[in-house]
Design a protein around this ligand. Structure first.
Ligand code: SAH
Length: 247
């Protein structure tokens, strides 16, 4: 995957990614000459051949994150926000995540945490995750080919996030891997998974169950005095169940 060198953004917020500053850049608002691209400084306003206008700046983590490969269904940002806020994952945290899928959650958490370890059983997904880690330039994330229902080789973990079909099967292993007070979070798209997970947590002496929630994000249209919720966009992603390891 080639790296992204610059972000170009129109006054309307449409974003374009410049990968090669030595080539003309084509957009639906016309093209920008490579000579212009090369010499542009952050904050400059570039003009295309059809008078399209673009501001230019260096990419942030989130700009690159939005371009990662997505082969498995990834956790949306609204849910990542809730996981980080509820568990307080920060630069001291060691975090474990399973399954990796495309590695979206693992990579996002690695941009915040001290260390992230991610487990995946499928070789094809492991390759996707590796290429996403490289694309984002992350150094504090390890991917391991492990079935979390069978084993967790890692210990002293502050938070484990499960995005798996049968998260209750990982409970015993998670109890061994987590530090006291450590968080276990399960992300599941459907109600029967929440029922089975929460019932299993409640029966397990190692954990105290905290809560299950769903994050609903409603985007609004703000155009002059036409201000109202957008008519598209609300969809279901998943439920988040939270527990803490206590013994
Ligand atoms: N949270 C991820 C998406 C996870 S998709 C993201 O944001 O990108 C679920 C993944 O779990 C799939 O890739 C699947 O192969 C993997 N998986 C299923 N069972 C597993 C197990 N027992 N151990 C490890 N990974 C597992």
């Amino acid at each position: 995957m080639s790296t992204i060198k610059k972000i170009l953004i129109t006054r309307q917020g449409r974003k374009f990614y410049a990968k090669n500053l030595n080539e003309d850049m084509h957009t639906q608002y016309g093209f920008i000459k490579k000579e212009e691209l090369c010499k542009a400084k952050e904050g400059d306003l570039l003009k295309s051949n059809t008078k399209g206008e673009f501001f230019i700046f260096n990419p942030y983590f989130i700009d690159l994150y939005r371009k990662i490969k997505r082969d498995a269904q990834i956790i949306p940002l609204k849910d990542i926000g809730a996981i980080v806020a509820e568990t307080g994952i920060n630069k001291q945290s060691r975090v474990l995540d399973a399954g990796s899928g495309s590695g979206a959650l693992a990579c996002f958490l690695a941009s915040i945490a001290k260390e992230v370890i991610t487990y995946e059983i499928r070789n094809d997904f492991i390759e996707v995750v590796k290429s996403n880690i490289e694309f984002l330039g992350l150094k504090n994330i390890k991917i391991k080919k492990l079935d979390i229902y069978r084993e967790i080789g890692d210990k002293n973990i502050h938070a484990i996030i499960l995005d798996l079909p049968e998260p209750w099967n990982a409970l015993e292993n998670c109890a061994k891997a987590l530090k006291f007070g450590g968080f276990l979070v399960s992300y599941s798209p459907s109600v029967p998974q929440v029922i089975d997970f929460v019932n299993a947590v409640r029966k397990n002496e190692s954990f105290v169950y905290l809560k299950t929630s769903e994050v609903i994000e409603r985007e609004w249209e703000v155009e002059e005095r036409r201000v109202r919720p957008k008519s598209t966009g609300i969809g279901h992603s998943g439920f988040l169940s939270f527990a803490r390891k206590v013994r």
